[in-house]
Design a protein around this ligand. Structure first.
Ligand code: ZN
Length: 465
C-alpha cells in the first residue's frame, strides 16, 4: 500500500459534491486520494475532528506594492497575515513604484515575491504603453491578468499609475482589446473621472475633514456610469472583463441589465458586505476606502447580487498603510490614503455570514475559491479533488475570530479600525499550502514557500496568442 506524505483525518470535507466525511491524503504537494475514514497510511496524520476542510481562499485582489514601500508591510509580513487569514493564493495588483507595466517589471516582482512569499502568488500587470509586443510579453511572463483604472492617477503618484490609469474612454477601449488579444482577464477599477471631478468640485467650501465628505465625493453614479460604459465597450472588445469591488445598488442594477451581453464577472469585498457608512463614521480616516463603503440599501443589494449569481467573487482589496500616513491625510478625506487591510477578515467574515444564514458554506467555497480558479484559468486550484494542489484550510465553525490590533498579523493592524471589536463566528485553525502547514495558530512556513501561479496553457516560451 502506498504511503502518503500526509493524511488529514476526520474532517468534514467540502468537496465539489458537497460536505463529505472523508480523509484526505496528500503527496507531492497535491491531493493524492479521498479516502473513507481510517483508510490509508501516511508519514504524518493531522487530526481534524470537529473541523471542516475547505479549499484555501484565492484572493484575486491584493496590494502589497513590493518591492516598493516596505514601510507599509512586506511580502513576508503580508503573506504571513494572509496565511493566518486562510488565504492560500493571492493575486497582487500592479501598483508599485514604479508601476508593474512591462515584462521586465513583472519579472522583478516575480523574483521578489518568490523569495519572500509564504503563500502562492499570481501577478497582475498594467497594460502600460498598450503596444501589442509589450502586452504579449507580459502575458508570456505568466501574469494572471491585466488591471486598469478609469480614474486619473492620484496627485503626485504618476509613476505608480503609468499605463494603469486610463480616464480616456478611447484608451479604455484599446486596453480592453489588448487584453482580449491575450485571452487573459482584465480587471477594472471603474469610476467615471468626469463625474468624480464634478462631485469633488461641488464640495468646495465644505469641511473636507469629515468622513462624510469622502462618501459625497464618490457617489454611486460615478461607479455605475463607468461600469455601464465598460460593459457597452466590451460588447465590441470581447475581453474577459472583471469589475473590481462593486459597492452600490445602482451598479448591481447595471450588471443585471447587461447580463449575457459579453463575458464579464464582478466582485465585492467584505467591507461592503459587512459594514456600512455608519461604521465608517466611527472609524474615520482608517475606513477611507475607494470606492466608499455605502448605505444599508447598497449592502442589501450586494447580498442579493451574490444570491442571484450577479456577483461571483469576494476579495479583500487588502491595502496597508501606516497609522502615521492615514492620520497625516485626515484633514482632507477626499485626498487621504485610501485602503484598509482585509487579509484576516475575508475568510472569517464570510464564515460568519454563513453562520448567520446569509449564504451557505458551499457558496463561501465558490465565492472565495472555486469561481476564482475557473475565471482565472487555474484548473488545479479551488476545489478538493484528486490531483488538485493541496491548498487547504481547516475551519472551526463553532470557533470565534476576534479582531483587534493584538490579533492581526498584517502590518496594517493599526489601521484596521473598521473591524476592531468584531467577533466573527468561525475560525481558521490551519492553513496548508502545497501540502505543508503554513499556519496552525502560529506561522510555520518560511519565506519563499509560496509558488508563482500562472494561468493554465501558458509557458515561458509563449510569445503570442
Ligand atoms: Zn484595489
Amino acid at each position: 500500500m502506498a504511503e502518503y506524505d500526509t493524511i488529514i483525518r476526520n474532517a468534514i470535507v467540502m468537496a465539489p459534491s458537497g460536505a463529505q466525511p472523508l480523509d484526505v491524503a496528500i503527496s507531492d504537494r497535491r491531493i493524492a486520494a479521498l479516502l473513507p475514514r481510517r483508510e490509508g497510511i501516511a508519514r504524518q496524520a493531522i487530526d481534524a475532528s470537529g473541523k471542516h476542510l475547505l479549499p484555501g481562499a484565492i484572493d484575486i485582489h491584493f496590494h502589497i506594492r513590493a518591492p516598493a514601500y516596505p514601510d507599509r508591510g512586506t511580502v513576508d509580513s503580508e503573506t504571513r497575515a494572509a496565511a493566518a487569514g486562510g488565504i492560500t493564493t493571492l493575486f497582487e495588483m500592479p501598483i508599485s513604484k514604479p508601476c508593474c507595466n512591462t515584462a521586465e517589471r513583472v519579472e522583478i516582482r516575480r523574483a521578489h515575491f518568490a523569495e519572500h512569499a509564504h503563500i502562492n502568488f499570481g501577478l497582475y500587470a498594467a497594460p502600460g504603453d498598450l503596444t501589442e509586443a509589450s502586452v504579449a510579453a507580459m502575458a508570456a511572463a505568466g501574469i494572471v491578468g491585466f488591471k486598469i483604472f478609469t480614474t486619473p492617477a492620484p496627485e503626485g503618484r504618476d509613476d505608480e499609475f503609468f499605463g494603469l490609469s486610463f480616464p480616456d474612454e478611447a484608451d479604455q477601449m484599446r486596453a480592453l482589446k489588448a487584453a482580449a488579444a491575450t485571452g487573459l482577464p482584465i480587471v477594472v477599477h471603474a469610476e467615471s473621472a468626469q463625474l468624480l471631478a464634478r462631485a469633488e468640485a461641488d464640495l468646495e467650501g465644505t469641511d473636507l475633514g469629515n468622513i462624510d465628505a469622502h462618501l459625497a465625493s464618490r457617489p454611486a453614479i460615478c461607479e455605475a456610469v463607468a461600469v455601464a460604459k465598460l460593459l457597452t465597450m466590451n460588447i465590441e472588445a470581447r475581453a474577459k472583463l472583471h469589475i473590481a469591488h462593486v459597492t452600490s445598488a445602482l451598479t448591481v442594477s447595471v450588471l443585471r441589465r447587461f447580463a449575457g451581453t459579453s463575458d464579464f464577472s464582478a466582485e465585492t469585498c467584505p467591507h461592503y458586505l459587512l459594514r456600512t457608512h455608519d461604521d465608517v463614521r466611527s472609524a474615520g480616516v482608517f475606513a477611507k476606502i475607494n470606492p466608499p463603503v455605502r448605505l444599508k440599501a447598497d449592502q442589501d443589494a450586494l447580498w442579493q447580487a451574490i444570491a442571484d449569481g450577479v456577483i461571483t467573487h469576494v476579495t479583500t482589496d487588502h491595502a496597508a498603510f501606516s497609522r502615521a500616513e492615514k492620520l497625516a491625510g485626515s484633514k482632507n478625506m477626499v485626498t487621504a490614503p485610501p485602503g484598509s487591510p482585509g487579509s484576516e477578515i475575508l475568510v472569517p467574515g464570510m464564515l460568519d455570514a454563513a453562520a448567520r444564514g446569509r449564504i451557505t458554506l458551499e457558496q463561501v467555497v465558490a465565492l472565495l475559491s472555486g469561481n476564482a480558479a475557473d475565471r482565472f484559468g487555474l484548473p488545479n486550484k479551488g476545489r478538493i479533488e484528486v490531483g488538485a494542489d493541496a491548498d487547504l484550510i481547516l475551519v472551526d465553525l463553532d470557533g470565534k475570530t476576534s479582531i483587534g490590533p493584538d490579533t492581526l498579523l498584517t502590518f496594517a493592524r493599526d489601521v484596521a479600525q473598521l473591524y476592531y471589536g468584531a467577533e466573527f463566528s468561525g475560525r481558521v485553525t490551519r492553513t496548508i499550502v502545497g501540502g505543508q502547514t503554513v499556519y496552525d495558530g502560529a506561522v510555520q512556513s518560511h519565506p519563499g514557500w509560496g509558488a508563482y501561479v500562472r494561468p493554465a496553457g501558458r509557458s515561458t516560451t509563449e510569445t503570442t496568442s
